[in-house]
Design a protein around this ligand. Structure first.
Ligand SMILES: NC(=O)c1ccc[n+]([C@@H]2O[C@H](COP(=O)([O-])OP(=O)(O)OC[C@H]3O[C@@H](n4cnc5c(N)ncnc54)[C@H](O)[C@@H]3O)[C@@H](O)[C@H]2O)c1
Length: 336
């Protein structure tokens, strides 16, 4: 069906918990020519609560949803075990699928899903929303300009106060933290740095609640990522340095400061100038953390049949770094 020139994409939402109901559902209803055709959740009442808002049916399982409504795409926000199972079934049915992070608990499952998606020509996506935050998009544009030069170093701070307990049936808080939180920082580091040549993992406390990943990329650039769950609240910042002595800092997902060696023109003559970018005060809600941009981009790929940039394949190198970090940890960290 066509509407305003764009094909209507029929989406089934699976997982009506906190993220599904309060972030993905409202993001989806903002996108033109997207129709939520059904919602599924093991807790049928949660599914009904949001399904009723768009006059759609509710189901207890993704299987029932797919059989009854044959959607073009699924958007899934459950738990990683469910993400892997539901994605596998969607792939077999030829249904495009967006799953929240983490897509799987184990790398071997992601490898198998990525291979199957390639065979079936299905569009896959992982909710790596930071990539699509307007501030990160600006940073990516800046880092690709000749003036910035080549990337020399990227520093990321990803501070959180959760999880405090192992999640999703895992024994290890270190693995839970990587899959729940550090995955975002590692993914962004790889977006900027490209292929990883080597990675070193250091625990800055006895239980790996505060950690450091040092990456060396094939392009010669390096990354330092500090992350942990011991902080009072969530905070995230990035600084990138280019070979032309340009420094760019992003604070939160909010403001960007560029420091370059050009003679300043804002505060009188100076040896260096600082320029700041901030989003519009109106640019808030689901746009600023990149939730809306990520889902919109996935829907565009469903229409165009192009690869989504954060697809299952693209997450494999991130899983490799996480596996390597756990291998480098001592037994106490692996099991704590
Ligand atoms: N990208 C981000 O910034 C971000 C932020 C928050 C959460 N998330 C991710 O979203 C996912 C959900 O998180 P949440 O906080 O909403 O959790 P939640 O516990 O609030 O909700 C999960 C929902 O999934 C349902 N569910 C579980 N297995 C199911 C299955 N097999 N079939 C149907 N429904 C099933 C549960 O009944 C529950 O309602 C997690 O993977 C989390 O990591 C991502």
């Amino acid at each position: 069906m066509m509407h305003d020139g764009a094909q209507v994409v029929r989406v089934g939402l699976v997982g009506a918990g906190d993220h599904g109901s309060n972030v993905l559902f409202p993001a989806l209803v903002q996108i033109a020519n997207v129709k939520i055709v059904a919602v599924a959740d093991l807790g049928i009442d949660r599914a009904k609560t949001i399904a009723e808002r768009v006059g759609a049916p509710a189901f207890r399982s993704a299987s029932e949803l797919m059989t009854s409504t044959a959607p073009d795409a699924l958007v899934v926000a459950c738990y990683p075990q469910a993400h892997a199972d539901i994605a596998a079934e969607a792939l077999e049915r030829g249904i495009d699928v967006f799953v929240e992070k983490p897509p799987t608990l184990e790398t071997s499952d992601l490898v198998a899903l990525a291979q199957r998606a390639r065979d079936k020509g299905v569009v896959t996506a992982v909710g790596m929303n930071f990539r699509f935050a307007p501030a990160v998009q600006k940073l990516r544009t800046l880092a690709s300009t000749p003036k910035f030069g080549r990337l020399a170093h990227i520093g990321l701070h990803h501070f959180a106060n959760k999880p405090q307990q192992p999640m999703w049936g895992l024994r290890s808080i270190a693995k839970s933290f990587m899959l729940a939180q550090t995955i975002h920082a590692l993914d962004l580091a790889l977006v900027f740095g490209g292929k990883v040549r080597s990675s070193r993992f250091t625990s800055l406390d006895p239980t790996a609640s505060f950690t450091k990943h040092d990456l060396v990329f094939e392009c010669g650039a390096q990354a330092t990522i500090l992350s942990g769950n011991v902080f009072p609240r969530f905070d995230f910042d990035i600084s990138i340095i280019g070979t032309n002595a340009m420094m760019v800092r992003m604070d939160g997902l909010w403001s960007i400061d560029v420091l370059d060696a050009v003679v300043g023109d804002y505060f009188g003559p100076a040896r260096a100038s600082t320029k700041t970018w901030r989003p519009s005060p109106l640019d808030t809600g689901f746009g600023r953390p990149g939730y809306l941009g990520g889902i919109k981009s996935f829907i565009d790929c469903v229409r165009s049949r192009e690869r989504f940039e954060a697809d299952f394949d693209s997450l494999l190198p991130v899983y490799k770094v996480m596996d390597s970090a756990l291998e480098q940890s001592d037994e106490r960290i692996k099991s704590s």
